[in-house]
Design a protein around this ligand. Structure first.
Ligand SMILES: Nc1ncnc2c1ncn2[C@@H]1O[C@H](COP(=O)(O)OP(=O)(O)OP(=O)(O)O)[C@@H](O)[C@H]1O
Length: 487
């Protein structure tokens, strides 16, 4: 059976069945040079895929890096807990606890408390969450939870959302647990940009892998974190846990403040009047975070080392970055607020960030477009699979070969089993997708289907074939003993 480009012809009449003549005159009727009539099919809004390339290309699919990242995330969500950790099976509606950091060895402390982070699945919605447990918390107080409730109301693209907090004895102590959204494969800024990495081979040479933060990304991070700080200060509270180990990179160039609310819950006795002091401290901490990232060294952020740090920054980054650091390290005063910071230091950077965000939406939407049809096409292919070559149905062993089903079979051949003039298979995904899209849309466009013995052919529209498939599939579905959902 040869590939025939039917889009060039206007064939009228339903189900024209004709004997296939081998004489050239009748064949010529189906070739462009002898039949120049071209009737353009009206644009059908169902056929909204992007122009299709003619061969298998990666353009059909999500780019490899996005696919890889999404698959890694989905894999990480499913990692099983290590056996023998002796963790509670159930914890206030959360189960399947998996530690996200080593449970033994030296750990950094929040004041007097050390923390450990777990991933756990919520019984309510089956979604994974992050649980930060403060060990040996002691007696709880209602004010501690009020602080967490304030955080719970904040929804911001650069803040890991705080869900709830509770105390528990399930770890054989009195622990405080604060629950956050879980961002699979999130890494702290420290892990990505500061932590010394083992040398590895790059281009055949052993090199230390210090990932220097590009200035463009640095500005993006500054704008994102400043925007998060602003949202927090606008609520009359302060971030307080702002450093490279508590800011997460959750996506390509997306950062979010993690661990919010925990210090508020731990130090609930602090008078609310002290909040402006904490807010000014946030600005200093932002400055320290920038210095740490630029110098790839936590100690560089110490105020006593500022001159040296600015010198180091100047070697790689622009003067504007140094200006920002100076501003954030400057002596507090009535004008040293996050609002003023945006005004004095970030103006045009915010515009650049906004443009980049919109470009990113466009890029992702384009990716979405290319995947949009998949579900539809899988449904169609499933229906064809149910119908074609069915050994027996309705006590008729040749059910799938007769009546309208015969046309469905020929259509399947037309889509998948074409051969070129040398008898080699035509493997053209573009052709397959185009046909299936037209079939799903049920267009009036007609195609010629040729029997396998090439003795007869049928001219039939996609609309008709769609109808035949619907009918055949409904017959099967009606007779099915169990059918799960509709296709
Ligand atoms: N909301 C979250 N979603 C996904 N992973 C998270 C989340 N919060 C923390 N993590 C991961 O849990 C791990 C431990 O977090 P933690 O904040 O304790 O960082 P840390 O570098 O161990 O800091 P510290 O030294 O203070 O313990 C980090 O690798 C981080 O990527």
């Amino acid at each position: 059976m040869q590939a025939i480009d039917t889009s060039m012809y206007d064939m009228t009449g339903d189900h024209q069945q004709m004997g296939l003549s081998t004489d050239y005159d009748s064949m010529n009727a189906y070739y462009p040079h002898s039949q120049p009539t071209f009737v353009q099919q009206p644009l059908n809004y169902h056929l909204y895929t992007r122009p299709l390339p003619s061969l298998f290309t990666r353009n059909y699919f999500i780019p490899d890096d996005i696919r890889e990242e999404l698959q890694r995330r989905s894999e990480i969500i499913r990692t099983a807990p290590m056996p023998g950790l002796n963790l509670p099976e159930e914890l206030q509606g959360y189960h399947t606890l998996v530690p996200l950091e080593p449970t033994v060895g030296e750990r950094r402390k929040f004041g007097n408390w050390s923390s450990i982070v777990y991933r756990a699945i919520s019984e309510k919605d089956g979604v994974p969450y992050t649980l930060r447990r403060m060990e040996r918390y002691g007696l709880s107080h209602v004010n501690a939870f009020a602080a967490v409730e304030t955080w719970n109301k904040i929804r911001h693209p650069n803040i890991v959302s705080v869900r709830e907090a509770f105390t528990t004895r399930a770890f054989s102590d009195n622990s405080l647990v604060v629950v956050y959204d879980y961002h699979a494969n999130a890494q702290t800024l420290y892990d990505v940009y500061v932590k010394p990495k083992a040398p590895s081979f790059v281009g055949g040479r052993l090199q230390a892998q210090a990932q220097l933060l590009p200035e463009r990304t640095l500005w993006s991070y500054i704008v994102q974190i400043a925007s998060a700080i602003r949202a927090v200060h606008d609520r009359g509270i302060a971030v307080r846990t702002l450093d490279v180990t508590k800011v997460l990179v959750t996506d390509k160039n997306r950062v979010r403040l993690g661990s919010c609310g925990i210090v508020d819950a731990l130090t609930w006795e602090a008078p609310s009047e002290i909040m402006p002091v904490f807010q000014v401290e946030d600005l200093h901490k932002l400055g320290a975070l920038i210095v740490t990232l630029c110098c790839q060294n936590v100690a560089a952020a110490n105020t006593n080392n500022l001159a040296k740090a600015l010198d180091t920054i100047g070697r790689t980054y622009s003067n504007d970055v140094k200006q920002v650091v100076r501003w954030l390290y400057s002596t507090p005063g009535p004008h040293k607020t996050i609002g003023q910071f945006f005004q004095d230091m970030l103006g045009s950077r915010v515009i650049a960030e906004m443009e980049e965000a919109q470009n990113s939406v466009d890029r992702l939407q384009a990716e979405l477009m290319s995947e949009l049809e998949n579900a539809r096409l899988v449904r169609l292919l499933s229906k064809l699979g149910f119908i074609n070559e069915r050994p027996e149905f309705a006590r008729e062993p040749r059910w799938s070969e007769t009546g309208d089903r015969y046309i469905i079979k020929l259509f399947r051949d037309y889509v998948f089993h074409q051969v070129d003039e040398n008898g080699n298979p035509v493997i053209n995904l573009s052709h397959v997708l185009t046909c299936l899209n037209k079939l799903d849309a049920g267009t009036e466009e007609k195609i010629m289907l040729i029997s396998r013995d090439e003795q007869s052919c049928l001219v039939v529209s996609y609309k008709d074939i769609k109808g035949f498939i619907e009918t055949a599939f409904s017959d099967l579905a009606a007779a099915a003993t169990s059918s799960s959902g509709r296709l």
